[in-house]
Design a protein around this ligand. Structure first.
Ligand SMILES: [Mg+2]
Length: 255
């Protein structure tokens, strides 16, 4: 390969909600965590079970919004709210770790690669575009890397970065975006970032001059969002990215 034909462009993908369907499966993980806690704390009764489960589900929304990814903190907070007092010291660190492992193993077992993802990655690679994968830490060292490996997607990527483990900051900070560009050997302005969460997948990328694409199950979903990607594409149309991404990168080349 001569220097003229070396890959100078890259597409950087997020993982959860972008390449794999893992979010709708979290309710199964919530139930398993809840069952474990009910036994551990000796809680009985249908209403009590429902209250605890609702609190666990609330943690999923609330903590993700605050970018707190360490699930051990979630379980302690759910228990604290359940009892309306802090009894978290009575739950050992190893029990919290066990709960977090149950949670992630369930998510991993239930996750599925979205239809069309592997065709898209293969197509971009064939068109001479480097591929990066960048997905925030799961809050448990090594867990995200394991889930990516379990999904069977590692072989497609030239570089994988886990913000929060490989870098101090998580998305949307520019820090992890800079790091993956360096790992790929591609300038940020020659990259496209593809994610599913406007809160974390747009800002850092845009600041560095990357184009941004958000994949979504439903476009109407995003009417109220302030952060706007360059393209909003429905997951059922993922095949469109096989042409759109090379076009976006060539456009930049022409400028
Ligand atoms: Mg995501």
């Amino acid at each position: 390969m001569t220097s003229n034909t070396e890959k100078r462009y890259a597409a950087i993908f997020d993982f959860d909600g972008t390449l794999v369907e893992s979010h709708p499966r979290r309710n199964i993980a919530h139930s398993k965590v809840c069952d474990f806690l009910l036994k551990y704390l000796n809680i009985q009764g249908e209403i009590q079970e429902k209250v605890l489960l609702n609190l666990i589900e609330l943690m999923e929304r609330e903590m993700n919004e605050k970018h707190i990814y360490n699930r051990n903190i979630w379980w302690k907070e759910a228990v604290k709210r359940y009892f309306s007092k802090d009894i978290s010291e009575s739950i050992s660190e190893s029990t919290l770790n066990e709960l977090t492992t149950i949670y992630w193993q369930t998510v991993s077992d239930e996750s599925k690669i979205f239809p069309g993802v592997e065709d898209l990655l293969a197509s971009l690679w064939q068109k001479g575009i480097k591929l990066g994968l960048m997905s925030d830490t799961d809050g448990l060292e090594g867990m995200k890397a394991k889930r990516i490996e379990d999904a069977g997607l590692v072989e497609y990527f030239d570089a994988i970065i886990i913000p929060g483990e490989d870098t101090k900051d998580t998305k949307p900070s520019t820090q992890p975006f800079i790091k993956i560009c360096a790992a790929l050997g591609v300038a940020p302005e020659n990259c496209v970032h593809v994610g599913d969460n406007p809160q974390v997948d747009i800002l850092g990328a845009k600041e560095l001059g990357m184009k941004t694409i958000i994949l979504t199950p439903d476009k109407t979903h995003f009417k109220e969002k302030i952060l706007i990607p360059d393209y909003l594409i429905e997951l059922k149309d993922i095949k469109k990215l096989e042409e759109l991404i090379p076009e976006l990168l060539n456009e930049k080349n022409a400028k």
